[in-house]
Write a protein that binds this ligand. Structure first.
Ligand code: MN
Length: 376
């Protein structure tokens, strides 16, 4: 059986700056390049035949020369591996593209902005696709070329799977996939990984971005490696991210000092991520019931955490351990506030109840000191 070994990656976004990280943002930009180098090494170690990169290799075409030089140096370092690049919406194949400005390595095949394919006869394989020419590529992806059943037919393309044709980012419909006659479609654009699925006779997946760029891109990130033939598709997910973004809810009920709370959080992280706890980026959501005499200092807890892990930010979702009914009887501003809120809560539906209880707790915190409330 004729098998081809591939590594499928996408959305590396080399040079992306996670600006909310402040002083760390610049080093995170370099880490996107380091993750790319790791992918190149994986391709080499696994002796893949073809490296498929389905768009958004660069975060933008406006990328410094030192980064593009390093990328092309990496491509040149794996001369026996065919590399197919299909440009995405972040690095469209226009006059500003590094792929238009630089001398391309011999083993790099950049797909045209019209429907096209590249043929590797020694692998009995064709790779079809189409690069973005501008930031948007509207309308249906109506592919004008037919797959030839004498070859293993792969497609490498950036776009959005959806049922209609309305996307500005290259709609790819289920019907298109079903009738494409491709053996595997290597997609890019969606940063959340999908499993390898099958539509009609065609296998298809999004590997997701290999390095998360924010707290909306949580957890393990990586690439797919494996074999494709006319009868099979056997791809494994391999994690490559330098660091993970993680959101962790941690119950701090019964704790009262900032150092105690910071230590409790760190112990929980060490237990859950024994090998990588210090390297990750965390959004820690503090939960549980605390006494109203505890003056929670988020900046102090945060400083202590950031001394031990790469990055941590805190969100306070704790509630006060209080006898609200008794408080509501007090003839004080606080008492009147509690009485009004309790009455609203008792009339509310389940969803509203949760929101109002949260609001009650924020209000109580406002009475006892500074409110450090930020939902972002
Ligand atoms: Mn992307």
């Amino acid at each position: 059986m004729n098998l081809v070994k591939i590594l499928h990656c996408a959305d590396i976004h080399i040079g992306a700056a996670e600006s909310s990280l402040g002083a760390l943002a610049e080093s995170r930009r370099t880490e996107t390049l380091i993750t790319f180098e790791k992918i190149i090494n994986l391709a080499k170690e696994n002796c893949v035949d073809i490296l498929l990169i389905a768009g958004d290799l660069f975060n933008s075409n406006n990328i410094e020369k030192s980064f593009t030089n390093r990328v092309f140096e990496c491509f040149n370092s794996i001369p026996d591996i065919k590399i197919v690049y299909s440009a995405g919406n972040h690095d469209p194949l226009n006059a500003d593209s590094p792929f238009k400005k630089e001398q391309l390595p011999k083993n790099l095949f950049v797909l045209d902005t019209k429907d096209c394919f590249v043929e590797f006869s020694e692998l009995n394989t064709r790779v079809y696709g189409k690069s973005f020419k501008e930031v948007y590529m509207q309308g249906a992806h109506r592919f004008s070329l037919n797959a030839d059943n004498n070859y293993i037919n792969l497609m490498c393309i950036h776009g959005e799977i959806r049922s209609d044709l309305g996307s500005d980012y290259n709609s790819i419909t289920g019907d298109f996939i079903k009738s494409s006659n491709m053996d595997y479609i290597a997609l890019g654009h969606v940063h959340k990984r999908s499993e390898v699925g099958k539509i009609g006779n065609t296998y298809v997946s999004y590997p997701g971005c290999p390095e998360g760029q924010g707290f909306d891109e949580l957890g393990e990130k990586g690439v797919y490696i494996g074999t494709v033939s006319k009868e099979s598709c056997d791809l494994q997910f391999v994690s490559v991210a330098k660091r993970m973004h993680l959101a962790e809810s941690i119950d701090i009920s019964g704790l009262s000092s900032s150092n105690e709370i910071a230590e409790h959080i760190l112990n929980a992280l060490k237990e859950k991520y024994p090998d990588s706890y210090a390297d990750n980026l965390y959004k820690i959501i503090l939960t549980g019931a605390i006494n109203d005499d505890v003056n929670l200092s988020l900046p102090e807890i945060s400083t202590r955490l950031n001394d031990s892990v790469y990055f941590a930010k805190l969100r306070d979702k704790t509630e006060f351990k209080l006898d609200f009914e008794a408080l509501a009887q007090e003839n004080t501003l606080k008492g009147i506030f509690v009485k009004n809120m309790l009455s609203k809560i008792s009339d509310a539906d389940e969803e509203q109840k949760q929101l109002l209880t949260h609001a009650l707790n924020i209000g109580i915190k406002a009475f006892s000191g500074e409110v450090n409330y930020d939902e972002t």
